[in-house]
Design a binder for this molecule. Structure first.
Ligand code: HEM
Length: 393
């Protein structure tokens, strides 16, 4: 008979934010699913269990009409299953086609990155979070969305405010207000460009959604654009810094990838496995079920902790090490199943082929600062929040 979900009541929330990996190891060792009191959530942390869950969307649904994401952003395809999910996914697919990425987005991203690096290359030192990663991710997403006349800082603020609103389980009024203001800003920015995109088809997401042959209802456009703003900015930003951090922390691996550029794709995958930018995302059981010997009642909310699964020693040898020479093995950093990240290929280009290679190419003898260490935070979303570096200007 399946056993009850064990409770862990001695993990502090701050521990998860600072360094979740020792707690993740404990969770993995205890059971396939554990209730973490500090997070008020049942969390799944083993690789095989999450892979199994993502193969069975009929039992483990992404649909959750009462979720905060829906309250803050509206009804999005990301929180739908089956045909309803497929319609939304199909609407954004043209933007992310490999040919479109290569011919349209890659040259634009290259120009954005060049301009950003030009602006600080002579200084000899910078904090890579505000100087490169945040504006790079924001400006690239802006172009992919099809927004005009919005600053990168505004888009970044909207993104953070929407994410905070979607995670505001304590219903803090100020957080709710900021999320509502961001939602209004996004709606206005859509309004300002939608007719143009409808009249002039182009590779942007708004243009695909507004396409005259199969236009998406405006409420859905608004919700889906918000979910993409919430889910398409932090992750490439964090992946840029994490990949740079992994290489700066190990000169042998850095030299290997600089000598053999064909290693960049493996280095990117390893960065996303090592410190997964999305550490956890939700699912809900549609019926009573047995997850590898643990009983889950119908309607149970669970968090799929891919940040923990990507460090599962049952799957990866020496999982805590950043090692670009690992045998090729799929990870869960981009999710799995029907909701596998729509932006995975574009991120592989943006981060692993453009931003980080250009960073090492343009900044000779790039190194971390011994007097000002990088700071990494988060568990639901995780990445460096500060990364001061020096180079030979
Ligand atoms: C390194 C960068 C990225 C990582 C690690 C990442 C990770 C993920 C993960 C784990 C999911 C699954 C979430 C879930 O099932 O609830 C996801 C979904 C998604 N991602 Fe990404 N993402 C990245 C970049 C991007 C970018 C740049 C975009 C868009 C411009 C994007 C758009 C999406 C969308 C639309 C979904 C929802 C897919 C669906 O529900 O069918 N992602 N991503």
């Amino acid at each position: 008979m399946a056993s009850a979900v064990p409770v862990i009541d001695d993990i502090a929330y701050e521990d998860l934010l600072v360094d979740p990996y020792p707690s993740f190891r404990r969770m993995r060792d205890i059971a396939p699913a554990v209730f973490v009191k500090a997070a008020n959530l049942i969390v799944v942390t083993r690789f095989e269990d999450i892979a199994k869950i993502e193969r069975d969307p009929a039992t483990y649904s992404a649909d959750n009409p009462t979720s905060l994401v829906n309250r803050v952003m509206g009804p999005t395809f990301m929180r739908k299953d089956g045909a309803e999910h497929a319609v939304g996914r199909k609407a954004i697919e043209p933007t992310f086609r490999p040919g479109t990425i290569k011919e349209h987005w890659a040259p634009l991203f290259t120009d954005i990155c060049k301009e950003l690096i030009d602006s600080f290359v002579d200084a000899g030192e910078a904090n890579l979070f505000p100087a490169l990663a945040a504006p790079m991710a924001s400006l690239s997403l802006m172009r992919m969305l099809g927004f005009e006349d919005v600053s990168w800082q505004t888009l970044a603020l909207w993104s953070q405010s929407l994410i905070d609103g979607a995670g505001n389980y304590a219903r803090d009024a100020e957080i709710d207000q900021r999320a509502a203001a961001a939602a209004r800003g996004v709606d206005e920015a859509i309004e300002a460009v939608l007719d143009y995109h409808r009249a002039h088809p182009n590779p942007s997401i708004l243009s695909s959604m507004a396409h005259a042959d199969h236009p998406m209802p405006i409420e859905e456009i608004r919700a889906n654009i918000k979910v993409i703003i919430g889910g398409g900015l932090n992750e490439p930003r964090d992946a840029i810094l994490t990949l740079a951090l992994g290489l700066l922390g190990d000169p042998v691996q850095r030299d290997a990838v600089l000598a053999k550029p064909e290693l960049w794709p493996a280095a990117l995958e390893e960065a996303v496995r090592w410190i997964s930018p999305i550490g956890m995302y939700p699912r809900r059981t549609t019926r009573p079920t047995d997850l590898s010997g643990v009983a889950l009642a119908e309607g149970t909310q669970i968090g799929l902790c891919v940040g923990a699964a990507n460090r599962d020693e049952r799957r990866f040898a020496e999982p805590d090490l950043f090692d670009i020479s690992r045998p090729k093995q799929s990870h869960l950093g981009f999710g799995a199943g029907p909701h596998f990240c729509a932006g995975a290929w574009v991120s592989r280009h943006l981060v692993g082929k453009i931003a980080v290679p250009m960073l090492f190419d343009r900044l000779p003898n790039l190194r971390l600062r011994e007097d000002d260490a990088p700071v990494i935070r988060g568990w639901v979303f995780r990445g460096p929040v500060s990364m001061p570096v020096r180079w030979d200007a």
